[in-house]
Write a protein that binds this ligand. Structure first.
Ligand code: ZN
Length: 237
């Protein structure tokens, strides 16, 4: 496995924990660079504790290639099924990012409040597991549920999971991390704005498209923030 990719995956896990996106739960993965039918993710472990030796390889049915008795994340199917559905996706994050959860249980859609979250335009879809599987423990614990979630995600960057959390994707792990952090921030800002007199003015799809045209995975804001976040967590290793 490529050392640089693993280093970035470990950094992503720790950054997301450090920035309050992941707590003891949640996970981040990257698609294998040489084999698009595989992805890399840690064994079942709190994201802040992940090291290079915890990274494992999975096929897209989310079987571990060499399990060696290690415990796996129950919700790993979110990753495998997203990679199956989206050839453009190179990194997936599943979090319980707290401020996004109210939007998953209410009629108020999560919408882009500021330019840094233009990728949320026009609004974020919500996956309600009850509609596809009835009464469950709300976890994406098999491939069928993962596939249904990937349908809700569609071609978007983010989908909310009702009463649970969200899934965020990117063309690089850096972009996915950037998006996950901006999504949480956007949710916080939208709740704050809701206390002020409205109607609120969100980014239009036209504005969002203009922002997105200059904020791909190599955009300055993604690279600059990644360097900062990565330096903060590597200092802890
Ligand atoms: Zn979860």
């Amino acid at each position: 496995m490529d050392e640089q990719i693993i280093e970035n995956l470990v950094a992503a896990s720790r950054i997301l924990a450090n920035e309050g996106i992941l707590d003891g739960l949640g996970h981040v993965s990257v698609r294998h660079r040489d084999n698009p039918q595989r992805y890399l993710m840690s064994r079942s472990l709190a994201p802040a504790l992940v090291t290079a030796s915890d990274i494992m390889e999975y096929d897209l049915d989310s079987n571990a290639v060499e399990r060696q008795g290690r415990e796996l994340f129950l919700e790993r199917f979110i990753h495998g099924e997203t990679y199956k559905a989206r050839a453009d996706v190179m990194a997936v994050i599943h979090s319980h990012s707290p401020t996004t959860i109210p939007f998953s249980i209410s009629r108020t859609p999560l919408q882009p409040v500021f330019n840094g979250a233009a990728f949320l335009s026009p609004s974020v879809p919500v996956f309600d597991i009850r509609k596809v599987a009835g009464m469950t423990d709300l976890l994406i614990g098999n491939g069928e549920l993962g596939k249904a979630l990937s349908v809700t995600l569609g071609q978007g960057a983010v989908a909310l999971l009702r009463g649970h959390g969200n899934v965020v994707v990117g063309e690089t792990v850096q972009q996915a991390v950037y998006r996950a952090i901006q999504t949480e921030l956007n949710a916080r800002l939208q709740l704050q704005a809701a206390m002020l007199s409205g109607p609120l003015i969100y980014l239009t799809p036209e504005e969002a498209a203009k922002v997105s045209a200059r904020s791909g995975p190599d955009a300055t804001q993604v690279r600059r923030t990644w360097e900062l976040w990565k330096r903060r967590v590597l200092a802890q290793l």
